[in-house]
Design a protein. Structure first.
Length: 279
């Protein structure tokens, strides 16, 4: 991983879980800490960023100066309008690339708060980004310059893989697949442990076996791996795994998963329209 070009500097608005994860990922990739600053309103969180990463922070916008090429919006969606308000004049003057990781806030809404000619892109990282093994969906409006899209992708790629979508409505699908996805695998592992217990294992043994199996399978599914080939590599013809997979097919696993993703997409859209109504 090579460090992205941060130009005159990158500023994080919000240095909580996700802001902190992206700062850590940039530094792991070799970024210069003097080019990274954070506006973080919670003093202990701001102090921890200084202590852990040696970056400049402030509880107000004084830390931005005019050395800004990229602004990452990493406050909660409901805090966004208020957090952007003191930055409005600076954004109009500097027109940095703005990367929002906020769930459900549209480019149109963000531009309403940032200024209509400020280039805004949306990213949806997932929780494993905090471990540097995230999956991020990225949307940039067509008019955003290629160099800016590439900069956004290179910054987010320090925390895991990045997939671009060319239709903003697909960000809800990204959220339903990779944003919520880690919970699906945990839920599946819980069901696997419960089935092991029902078949006679102790709760401790079943839970440990299911957890370690999820972890091991996740390690095997490294970026670029062919999922069907992986499945075939652990399935002998006529064996125990094949019997279990046939049972999944009989119960129409695809239908169960598709219904779950559809429910998540629908809920994401409901939450986005509530956020839009609130903004
Ligand atoms: N965590 C995830 O797994 C995840 C995944 C995908 C996307 N996201 C998105 O990432 C964003 C941040 O989520 P998070 O989990 O990192 O939240 P978080 O841990 O609460 O971090 C947000 C931080 O921003 C601070 N803040 C609030 N208002 C501020 C302001 N006006 N100026 C500066 N700092 C301010 C908060 O301080 P206080 O605590 O004092 O309010 C908090 O420390 C959200 O929009 C979320 O949708 C998160």
């Amino acid at each position: 991983m090579t460090a992205p070009d941060l130009g005159r500097g990158i500023v994080f608005l919000g240095g909580g879980n996700m802001g902190r994860a992206l700062i850590a990922a940039l530094l792991r990739a070799g970024a210069n800490p003097s080019l990274i600053r954070a506006i973080e309103s919670h003093p202990p969180t701001a102090q921890a960023l200084v202590a852990d990463y040696g970056i400049e922070t402030a509880t107000d916008t004084s830390v931005v100066g005019s050395r800004i090429d990229t602004l990452v919006l990493a406050v909660k969606p409901q805090d966004m309008a208020r957090a952007l308000q003191p930055l409005h004049a600076l954004l109009q003057r500097e027109r940095p690339l703005v990367i929002s990781v906020a769930a459900g806030l549209s480019v149109q809404q963000l531009q309403h708060w940032c200024g209509t000619d400020v280039p805004v892109v949306r990213a949806m990282p997932n929780r494993p980004a905090l471990e540097g093994v995230g999956a991020t969906g990225l949307f940039a409006p067509a008019w955003v310059a290629t160099t800016l899209r590439e900069r956004a992708a290179s910054i987010l790629a320090t925390a895991g893989i990045v997939v671009s979508v060319d239709d903003e409505s697909l960000m809800d699908v990204v959220t339903a697949v990779s944003g919520s996805g880690p919970a699906y695998f945990f839920r599946f592992a819980e069901a696997l442990a419960a089935a092991g217990i029902a078949a006679g294992l102790s709760p401790a043994a079943a839970t440990e076996l299911a957890r370690a199996t999820l972890h091991g399978a996740g390690r095997m599914a490294e970026p670029g791996a062919d999922l069907a080939a992986l499945r075939e590599s652990v399935t002998s013809k006529g064996g125990t795994t094949a019997a279990a997979l046939a049972s999944f097919s009989d119960q129409d696993l695809e239908r169960v998963v598709a219904a779950a993703v559809t429910a998540a997409v629908r809920r994401g859209r409901e939450l986005s329209s509530q956020a839009a109504a609130g903004g």
